[in-house]
Ligand binder design. Structure first.
Ligand code: COA
Length: 343
């Protein structure tokens, strides 16, 4: 029985990540579209990306990353109360969180998906902490996982060079309010910007078949969803990120009662090195305190922040007690940030 005691804090007690086996280099992509390693590396900082192959699925990556997070946290699967899968690319249109719950054996957990594109993980972390704060939940698994390779138009050099697949997970655990690791947050959406970045689900009319005609002669033509392709105005998305990300980080810092100088690390959604550099410059955070691993993985959407966090924790860069600003931004448009303490 849940103790719905309000006012609990959330502690970050474990993390894990997983990426596909198959790696595609910039040189490889230059065989598919007219581009070059030099162009991609200079404009984005990306050199490789990993994509699903050979029976790998989004769920398998999510389960692998979650298993590692559970191990680090020393928590058994049946102690998890909530599984949040942040993704825009589930294996099942109806959501894949319950399959993670099943495969891990989180027998008592509620599980559902959250879709907020590349901002998904930040929103998932905030959502998980609210279930702990007001819902009496003890242990929450938040997974960021995406496989945008399924929706990339591999003939479009404007987009296909940017994206990769991956998964990252963290465990939030209830703690006393004064030990809360979520020090502040801010989240925004603006549907007006959808025109700059979207992947509309197409509709393939089954024109040859009319299934029913009503009394007025109107025909019912069932349509079938066809795969969507990512379409993007890169320059506009770049401008949006450089304008909105510093604002959201500053708002979250203000809520936390901190300034940029108090941050040990800036961990932004890994979209483009030039965006990371421009945001860090606006926030006056030196480059050695900016976490970046996009050269190896490209933009892995909702996975990018927990994937980079996991690498930084495991290689000893991020230590217990370190304060990080994390910020996501992307389609929707959505953007948001959280000030978190690790460990
Ligand atoms: N290889 C070689 N040339 C390319 C290319 C590629 N992969 N993609 C585009 N080009 C060409 C363009 O056709 C254009 O040629 P033209 O001048 O003859 O018309 C030229 O390079 C410049 O293109 P442009 O789009 O102006 O480049 P850019 O400096 O804006 O860089 C992005 C393009 C996509 C790298 C950059 O805009 C970006 O990263 N935006 C943010 C995207 C993002 O992060 N999206 C996800 C957010 S979650």
């Amino acid at each position: 029985m849940l103790n719905r005691m309000v006012g609990k804090g959330s502690k970050l007690v474990g993390c894990g990540s997983a990426t596909p086996k198959l790696s595609l280099s910039n040189d490889y992509l230059s065989n598919i579209v007219e581009t070059s390693d030099e162009w991609i590396a200079t404009r984005t900082g990306i050199r490789n990306r990993k994509v699903l192959s050979d029976g790998e699925t989004l769920t398998s990556l999510a389960v692998e990353s979650s298993g590692k997070a559970l191990e680090m946290a020393n928590i058994k699967p049946d102690e998890i109360d909530l599984v949040l899968l942040c993704t825009s690319t589930p294996d099942d249109l109806f959501g894949s969180a319950a399959q993670i719950q099943r495969e891990l054996g989180c027998s008592k957990a509620l599980a559902f998906d959250i879709t907020a594109a590349c901002s998904g993980f930040v929103l998932g972390l905030i959502t998980g902490s609210r279930y702990i704060k007001g819902g009496g939940f003890e242990n929450v698994l938040v997974v960021g996982a995406d496989a945008l390779s399924r929706y990339v138009d591999w003939t479009d050099r404007n987009t296909c060079i940017l994206f990769g697949d991956g998964a990252g997970a963290v465990i939030l655990q209830a703690t006393n309010h004064d030990q809360d690791s979520l020090l502040g947050f801010n989240f925004r959406s603006d549907g007006h910007g959808q025109k700059h970045l979207h992947a509309f689900v197409g509709s393939e009319d089954l024109k040859e078949k009319t299934y029913a005609v009503d009394d007025n002669g109107a025909a019912f033509l069932p349509s079938r969803a066809s795969p969507a392709f990512i379409r993007m105005n890169g320059k506009e998305v770049f401008r949006f990120a450089v304008r909105c990300v510093p604002e959201t980080v500053e708002a979250a810092l203000e809520e936390a009662g901190l300034s940029g100088h108090d941050l040990d690390w800036l961990l932004l959604h890994q979209a483009n090195q030039r965006i990371l550099d421009a945001v860090a410059q606006r926030l006056q955070i030196p480059s050695e305190r900016v976490i970046s691993n996009l050269a190896s993985y490209g933009n892995t959407s909702a996975a990018s922040i927990p994937l980079a966090l996991d690498e930084a924790v495991r290689n000893g860069k991020v230590r217990p007690g370190d304060v990080l600003a994390i910020a996501g931004f992307g389609a929707g448009l959505t953007w948001g940030s959280a000030i978190i303490k690790w460990g």
